[in-house]
Design a protein. Structure first.
Length: 354
């Protein structure tokens, strides 16, 4: 038995009889919406897809999903999930507090749009992936009828592929400024520009990591400054360094008071945002530390560096280097066309000479 009735001038209520004998109901602003929901619920009952009502919120379900269904994962991935849950609670509290069964695609899309305004697109992609996995599992467990994350999108931007490319002259000017004012933050930025290290890896470097003619990347730091595993197993690596850059690193290792290569005046690890803040001030908000890594990888690819060797240096897969970090300019396109037609033009020229 089901029914729809008007409860006030702007409210309509729909109710139906569930297989367990309960009488679930919901209130809507329009009669058409109430009828649509009622038809959906009755269809689910007839098809056997009905799910029992639950008061579990999205925040509660995400915590349970990670704790119960994502146990066999790397420590770095587990920490990434923890940060994702924190970001959702901070930037999308309305979504997190909703009951899982009340979440529709519009609510998820609005939350993703809000996150996109606050965070890097790659971070939003990770968040969407976790949401999608959790809601897909909820469907499998018959907690909900359909996955509300399906069909949602992440808006594009000029920073969606891992960073912004810094033109050669801008990069040269920037490095000159950094080197003219040596210090823990500036020296760390110079290192990132010349090696493609992740900021969290550079912050974790210790004096004993500078040896054998290079840098041994063994760990990273989380936002709170705690030592953690690197992003992936491939991120544990050796990066050769020479010349004046190696001299600078050795000098920092010799003068380190607490073992850390880069630390603040209190002897503590540099904060998560220290490098970003310094670079933003120096460039008027134009570039971030990750742009240095992005530019390092892009320049290496453009200069014909062996991709497998490059992947080892920056601790990523070859596929990731090509799809995330590389940047194509108009000059690159013109050069590609010139190289592609050169054999044809050479043949034509030889034909005319004959």
């Amino acid at each position: 038995m089901s029914s729809v009735w008007k409860v006030s001038d702007r409210k309509w209520r729909a109710q139906y009889t569930a297989p367990d004998g309960s009488r679930p109901s919901r209130t809507f602003a329009r009669r058409a919406d109430a009828l649509e929901w009622l038809a959906e619920m009755e269809g689910a009952v007839r098809s056997g897809g009905w799910v029992a009502p639950s008061d579990m919120t999205l925040g509660e379900w995400l915590e349970e999903f990670v704790a119960v269904y994502r146990t066999n994962i790397a420590q770095a991935t587990r920490q990434s999930y923890s940060y994702t849950l924190q970001r959702l609670a901070r930037y999308a509290p309305d979504l997190v507090s909703l009951k899982v069964q009340d979440i529709g695609q519009p609510a998820v899309q609005r939350a993703l749009n809000t996150l996109r305004e606050k965070l890097h697109s790659r971070t939003v992609e990770i968040t969407r992936t976790l949401l999608n996995m959790a809601m897909k599992k909820a469907v499998e467990l018959n907690m909900i009828q359909k996955n509300p994350v399906t069909g949602t999108t992440i808006q594009k931007s000029d920073r969606q592929h891992g960073g912004k490319y810094i033109p050669s002259q801008d990069l040269a000017d920037l490095i000159e400024k950094l080197r003219s004012k040596p210090g823990p933050v500036n020296d760390m930025l110079v290192l990132i520009a010349h090696t493609g290290l992740r900021t969290q890896e550079a912050r974790a470097l210790r004096a004993e990591d500078i040896r054998d003619g290079g840098i041994h990347i063994r760990a990273a730091l989380d936002p709170a400054g705690n030592r953690k595993a690197t992003k992936t197993e491939a991120s544990v690596r050796f990066v050769p360094v020479s010349g004046w850059l190696m001299d600078m690193l050795l000098e920092r290792s010799r003068t380190s008071l607490n073992g850390l290569l880069f630390c603040n005046y209190k002897g503590q690890a540099l904060g998560k945002y220290s490098a970003r803040t310094a670079l933003y001030r120096m460039t008027g908000g134009q570039y971030s530390p990750h742009d240095l890594r992005h530019t390092f990888v892009t320049n290496a690819v453009k200069n014909g560096v062996n991709l497998r060797a490059l992947a080892d240096i920056v601790g990523d897969r070859v596929e990731t280097l090509l799809s995330v970090y590389t940047h194509v300019t108009d000059d690159d396109r013109r050069r590609a066309v010139e190289l592609a037609i050169r054999p044809v033009e050479d043949n034509i020229l030889r034909f005319k000479v004959k």
